[in-house]
Design a binder for this molecule. Structure first.
Ligand SMILES: C[S@@+](CC[C@H](N)C(=O)[O-])C[C@H]1O[C@@H](n2cnc3c(N)ncnc32)[C@H](O)[C@@H]1O
Length: 332
């Protein structure tokens, strides 16, 4: 299918990402390459600053369509960009492999994770991510993955479905929707399309605007389960921090509270110094925190950006910086 560059994905908080991450030549990792919008901006900024020579961008995505688009978009920089099909769950391993092929030290200057789905994935009906168009109940970002949304909707029992919609969608009507799905299966054999699932949800949601919220929450819950989105996130954050060079930075853009909570928790944990048992009154901690927050509070998009890109409305950006060994950034 022909995809024009503009409609693939309009990246959010691009200027902020470039300003926070691109500060010197080095290894940059875009763990959620998508259409390559953020990567292109980082490469251009490296080029403008005279840092391109001596830099390498590693772009990772589990979606083949995203990689095809990014390859085209980043073509002029292909000597400085290595694009890899993979899951950011394996971030550390991918960095080690690419760096050893290029014979460079695997110490990373900047890492970006721009979480969730791309506009392309949402807008392509056959991918089954959206309740707004008719498609198979798929939702796999990696088309080779074994479990689709249809497998889950048709195999989970009522309790498992209710738990899923509540946990990953924070949906208050999780139980009645789960009950309706199981009843539908009993009468019709299975739920096979996004339209069928959306109709079941509509029949069990409150009216008005709340229907849209319920549809979004149930579809979000299924997408998170299919792609194990939250399970892989904390591991990628720990691995990424381990791979950062001194003063290297990691930026995470999240689009819902479940993701943001994980980033907040992992960053806070890694920033905390170990002062030993309470009451000991050490002059120095037993171990300094390994990162320092660069954004004290999550950064959000400007009204101007939100007006031109609705995806930016829910975006939250958190950035941390790796401390030098045995001390904190900016601390004497
Ligand atoms: C919000 S889009 C990123 C858009 C990108 N920043 C751009 O400028 O076009 C998220 C992308 O991350 C990919 N993705 C999500 N989770 C992933 C994971 N665990 N491993 C690899 N890629 C993932 C999706 O396939 C999607 O293409």
């Amino acid at each position: 299918m022909a995809i024009t560059r503009d409609i693939f994905h309009d990246p959010v908080l691009v200027a902020e990402i470039v300003a926070f991450l691109v500060r010197k030549p080095g290894i940059y990792v875009d763990g959620t390459l998508g259409g390559g919008g953020h990567s292109l901006a980082m490469l251009r900024s490296l080029c403008d600053a005279g840092f391109l020579e001596g830099s390498l961008l590693i772009g990772i995505d589990q979606d083949e369509a995203a990689l095809r688009q990014a390859r085209e978009k980043l073509g002029e920089y292909d000597a400085r960009a290595v694009l890899v099909k993979g899951n950011f769950l394996d971030l550390g391993e991918i960095i080690t492999r690419v760096c050893s092929q290029r014979v460079v030290e695997p110490k990373v200057t900047g890492i970006l994770l721009d979480l969730g789905v791309s506009s392309y994935q949402l807008d392509t009906a056959e991918r089954g991510f959206s309740y707004m168009s008719e498609g198979p109940l798929d939702m796999r970002m990696d088309s080779n993955a074994s479990v689709s949304a249809g497998d889950i909707v048709n195999a989970y029992d009522e309790q498992q479905l209710a738990r899923l919609f509540y946990r990953y969608g924070e949906e208050p009507r999780s139980r009645s929707i789960a009950r309706a799905i199981v009843a539908y299966r009993q009468h019709n054999g299975s739920v096979s399309s996004t339209r069928e699932l959306a109709d079941i949800i509509r029949g069990n949601a409150h009216g008005g605007e709340r229907v849209i919220k319920t549809l979004s929450r149930v579809f979000q819950a299924l997408r998170i389960e299919v792609n194990a989105e939250l399970d892989v996130l904390s591991r990628a954050l720990y691995d990424g921090i381990n791979r950062l060079d001194e003063h290297g930075r990691m930026a995470v853009i999240s689009y819902h509270s479940l993701e943001d909570r994980i980033a907040k928790r992992v960053f806070a944990e890694k920033a905390r110094s170990d002062w030993g048992p309470k009451g000991v009154g050490l002059r120095e901690p037993l171990a300094w925190g390994s990162v320092t927050p660069v954004t004290r509070k999550p950064l959000i998009a400007s009204q101007q950006e939100i007006a031109s890109n609705s995806r930016a409305r829910s975006a939250k950006l958190r950035v941390i910086e790796k401390n030098s060994q045995g001390g904190c950034s900016g601390r004497p």
